[in-house]
Design a protein around this ligand. Structure first.
Ligand code: AMP
Ligand code: MG
Length: 342
């Protein structure tokens, strides 16, 4: 008899071959998968998520060789990055081959491709032997799902299958690197940092839209960047400053807001400084990976507790911290208060 994982792979492959939607775990977040070569199947992803149709999808593959049939060319930087970081949380953007429909690329002549490292994701992708278009398996704009329960909350009744692989490891989406410019450009920060990329390919640029400093009139290269994203239902404000001032500021806000309920995102090191509100620890300031891992679960938990306002501590933007702060700033709609500012 086949084990559960084998049967899950058979079921997902069948759903995908029939043009349906199956959500599955990856090492970054849960993906909402469909056949990436089938316009009609991709259209179902946009409908299920309520996603704007100009926001392109990432194709997920099981083997590096699959790239060759999906792109016009792989340049030297592409080969170096694929060899160094695949399978893993790095998405690469190439000029697309004709077989990739515009329905999956949001009308662009480029295609985003990733080879995940999660063992169950790899098994499903090997079984189906098709490139699977898969954005995060959440309703558009909400925090990304990092457990099958999160997927269920958003997608119950909208999709054909959810594969439960437990909680994901990393907890924020893949790093996206555009290979169609003269030097590679980071369009979205993730676990693979600029420093890690530069050790492999030399100079790497960062798209100015990433940290929200972009002129609103510029058209962002990763179309997803122009949309509000990752957001809890209650308005979120980030507070930046030294530990003592941040806690004092938020404690005052909790008093001022009464009788409204305030959610507070703190860390292990600071959680006991808060005197009221609903305090959740997002991890340890000394361990950025713990903060990334818990980020979306904490944002979703505040939705379930129906808080009216959320205040969050702010984190270092050094290395992997850049990915975490990019998501938090978007979740906050760029609302940030700087204490101790000169
Ligand atoms: P999601 O799958 O929801 O994490 O979003 C996928 C992200 O990849 C979006 O921000 C897209 O804008 C970006 N993306 C996908 N394909 C391309 C492409 N061809 N060029 C630029 N960005 C892309
Ligand atoms: Mg997403």
């Amino acid at each position: 008899m086949k084990g559960n994982e084998e049967r899950a792979a058979d079921m997902a492959a069948q759903v995908w071959r029939q043009g349906g939607l199956a959500a599955f775990p990856t090492e970054t977040v849960y993906g909402l998968g469909a056949n990436g070569l089938d316009d009609a199947a991709a259209a179902k992803i946009y409908a299920a998520k309520g996603r704007p149709s100009d926001n392109p999808l990432i194709l997920h593959i099981a083997r590096k060789e699959q790239v060759l049939s999906l792109v016009k060319e792989v340049n030297e930087a592409g080969h170096l990055l694929m060899d160094a970081f695949w399978p893993g949380p790095l998405t690469l953007i190439f000029p697309k081959a004709d077989c990739v429909p515009y329905g999956t690329t949001g009308g662009l002549d480029t295609v985003a491709i990733r080879m995940p490292s999660h063992p169950q994701a790899r098994k499903l992708l090997e079984r189906v032997n098709l490139p699977i278009a898969a954005p995060s398996a959440n309703i558009s704009g909400r925090p990304s799902p990092t457990t099958a329960k999160h997927v269920w909350e958003d997608m119950d009744g909208r999709i054909d299958l959810i594969i439960d692989g437990g909680a994901v490891g990393i907890g924020v989406e893949s790093t996206i690197v555009d290979l169609t410019e003269s030097i590679p450009v980071i369009l979205r920060p993730g676990y693979i940092t600029k420093e890690m990329l530069e050790k492999v390919v030399g100079e790497v640029a960062i798209d100015p839209a990433i940290m929200g400093t972009m002129d609103q009139k510029l058209h962002p290269k990763a179309p997803g960047m122009k949309y509000r994203h990752y957001a809890p239902k209650a308005p979120l404000t980030l507070v930046e400053g030294d530990e003592v001032s941040v806690a004092a500021f938020i404690n005052q806000k909790v008093k001022d807001a009464a009788p409204k309920t305030v959610g507070i995102i703190a860390v292990e090191e600071t959680k006991n400084r808060y005197e009221g509100g609903i305090v959740k620890s997002i991890g340890s300031r000394a361990d950025m990976e713990s903060i990334a891992h818990n980020l979306y679960d904490v944002l979703r938990a505040f939705d379930n507790e129906n808080v009216d306002l959320i205040y969050s501590e702010s984190f270092s933007e050094h290395e992997f911290g850049q990915a975490v702060m990019n998501r938090l700033k978007k979740a906050a709609g760029q609302q940030m208060i700087h204490l101790n500012a000169e």
